[in-house]
Every structure is written in C-alpha cells, then in structure tokens.
Design a protein around this ligand. Structure first.
Ligand code: TXA
Ligand code: MG
Length: 330
C-alpha cells in the first residue's frame, strides 16, 4: 500500500498543497485543537462522498462544516438565534459545534439529508490557515475509521488510514484531545447533543442551563449519535479502582497515579495529578496505544463526572457498549 504523506502543517507550502488537493476533490487530514479531521471541500458532494467511503461511515451520519470566518455562517444557516451568536462570541474559534437550520448552499450529503447543519470554527492555526487558503468551508468528521477512536496526532491518522489518503498535515498533538461539544439551536432551545471540550458549566455561564438531549428521544435527529462509538478493538470495562482488575492479560487506563502494583501488564496514566484537562488531552492517544498491545481487556478507571470528566465518561461508556465480535473493526 502507498504510504501516506505526513507534512508539517506549519510550512506554508504544505498548506498550499493541501488546499490544492481539497480543490481537486481529494481528502486531506488536518489538525484541529480537539482531534484530527478528515476534510473535504464542503461544496463538492463527490469529495464528501469519498470521506464517507474512507471512514466506512454510514451515510445517515452528518458531517460538521468547518469555517474560518463568521461570514460563512450566514450563508450556511438560514437563521441564527441570538443565543447562537453569544456562543460564537464566547467560544469561537474553539471546540464548540452549533447546529442550525441549513440553507440550500449546504449539499444534502454533508448533512445526511437533515434540514440542519453543524458548524464549527476551529482554533488550530493550521486548520484556520488551510480554510483561508481554500476560501470555502471544509466538511470533516474526526479522522478515524467509523466507530473507532478519534485521533490526536498525525502519526495515529496515518496508521489508521494507511494507503487511503494522499496527505496528513501535522500540527502536533491536539491540545484538547476530546471532540467538540455539540449543541443545537433550532427550536428556540439550546440542547446538548454531545459532551465535549467545552463543558456544560461553561455553556451555562453564557446561555443558562442547557437541556441534555434525552437518550430515548422518540425522534432521532442525529442518527450519528449511536449508543456505541469511540471503541477500541479490545473490549473495554470501566472500573472504579484498580482493585477490580481480575485479568492479568489486560491493560489499565488509570485516571490518576495508580498504586505501585497493578495486575495489568500495561498501564497508562491520564494525569498523575488527576487533572481532567490533562487527562482529556491524553485520552484517545493512550487508548489507541493500549489497544495496540493486543490484550484481552482494557480496564478504564472512572473519572470524576464534572467539567471535562463528563465528556471522558460519555466516551468510555460508549466504548464499553461496543457490540461483541469486533463489529466495528475497520
Ligand atoms: O471536534 C470535532 O467535532 C471534530 C473535529 C474534526 O472538528 N469532528 C468530529 O466530527 O468529531 P464527527 O463527524 O466525528 O462527529 C460529529 C458528530 C456526529 O455524531 C454527527 O452525527 C453530529 O456531529 N452531527 C453533525 N451534524 C449534525 C446535525 N446537523 N444534526 C445533528 N448532529 C449532527
Ligand atoms: Mg467521530
């Protein structure tokens, strides 16, 4: 298989090349401050279809549209409620995706036929420069095969898409390490669709309490919000402490510094001092590394469910629910 080219995203020539590839309808992986994205020109339906193919992602799962300036939001969204503007003022550029009613400019394949579009202005300088060079929005899901964990480094992207992608722009480790928070603002209410790098406490400080989208909603507005997701191939079990570890052929993803003797063969610590931001930053890269050890089970230690801890636990619970039999193996 062809090797994927990794290029330094801080080199202007590399970004120009990436923009030229996108213009030709080719996919390009690029860094954002949350996780790496697998991008296509948002206005080129054939290029967007290629992203679905590359990820083996079902076509009912809509993509986020990335923009570098607020002017685009008016062209992509048919109405922008005042609260959405407040959220953009406070969190953009940054890890917040806002779902709004879409205009006809957004191809249906991007939104999986929904009448809404998720929009985000990323904060990573390489992502912003790429968007500016292209001069158009980029539709991009996280750069991982469907169902697998998101990637936070260029080398993890390259190893998961070996051969399928012409270029990965390297922008270093994603600083947040967890995907963007997703809210919708389509029916006069701010609703939380996915916990992420902006905490619910931070959202509430701008727009008051947000309604968490019920898991058992009668109508599934975001078919992409599956109960399982973000899963390693190795089965994952959440534990309250390392005392619950029974298998030796296992990995342990510790939240804070574990005791000296842990039964697992491979241990990774998310944050020795128990800091949730540091833990979020290391979360996906640590899990991907443990998954490569080929053990029977990964035990993941519960983290406190405040702030970013909610986003981490949401992902661990989804990983634990992964259907048996490696159904999601890419
Ligand atoms: O941090 C992030 O959000 C990263 C970076 C690359 O921006 N992107 C990302 O994209 O995580 P993805 O495709 O892996 O997750 C986006 C989620 C999906 O669950 C999708 O169903 C949901 O956003 N989504 C996108 N557009 C939507 C819409 N119009 N209505 C409801 N959900 C939507
Ligand atoms: Mg994803």
């Amino acid at each position: 298989m062809d090797k994927i080219l990794i290029r330094d995203g801080f080199e202007p020539e590399a970004v120009r090349e990436a923009a030229a590839l996108l213009e030709k309808g080719e996919p390009v992986a690029f860094p954002t401050e949350t996780v790496y994205g697998l991008g296509a020109d948002a206005f080129n339906p054939v290029a967007v279809a290629r992203i679905f193919e590359l990820k083996k992602r079902p076509h009912f799962d809509p993509l986020i549209v990335h923009v570098a300036d607020r002017g685009w939001v008016e062209r992509l969204a048919s109405s922008i409620p005042g609260e959405a503007k407040l959220l953009m003022d406070r969190f953009w550029p940054g890890p917040l995706t806002i779902i709004l009613k879409k205009t006809d400019l957004v191809p249906d394949i991007v939104t999986a036929g929904l009448s809404t579009v998720g929009i985000r202005m990323p904060k990573h300088p390489v992502a912003l420069t790429l968007l500016e060079h292209l001069g158009r929005p980029i539709a991009a899901p996280s750069a991982n095969p469907f169902g697998y964990m998101s990637t936070t480094s260029a080398s993890d992207v390259a190893s998961l898409f070996d051969g399928g992608l012409p270029l990965v722009l390297d922008g270093g480790m994603s600083s947040y390490g967890i995907e963007s928070t997703i809210v919708s603002m389509v029916d006069g209410q701010v609703r939380l669709h996915r916990h992420g790098s902006v905490t619910v406490e931070e959202l509430a400080s701008v727009v008051g309490p947000v309604t968490e989208k019920g898991r058992d909603n009668k109508k599934c507005e975001s078919p992409g919000e599956l109960p399982y997701h973000y899963a390693p191939h190795t089965p994952l079990r959440i534990v309250a402490s390392p005392q619950e570890i029974v298998k030796e052929r296992s990995c342990f993803l510790a939240f804070a510094k574990p005791p000296a003797h842990v039964r697992s063969r491979h241990v990774r610590v998310l944050s020795a001092k128990g800091d949730l931001r540091e833990a979020a930053g290391r979360f996906f890269s640590s899990l991907i590394a443990l998954d490569r050890e080929g053990m029977d089970v990964i035990y993941a230690e519960r983290v406190p469910e405040t702030g970013l801890g909610r986003a981490i636990m949401e992902r661990l619970r989804k990983a634990e629910k992964r259907p048996a039999g490696n159904a999601l193996k890419p």
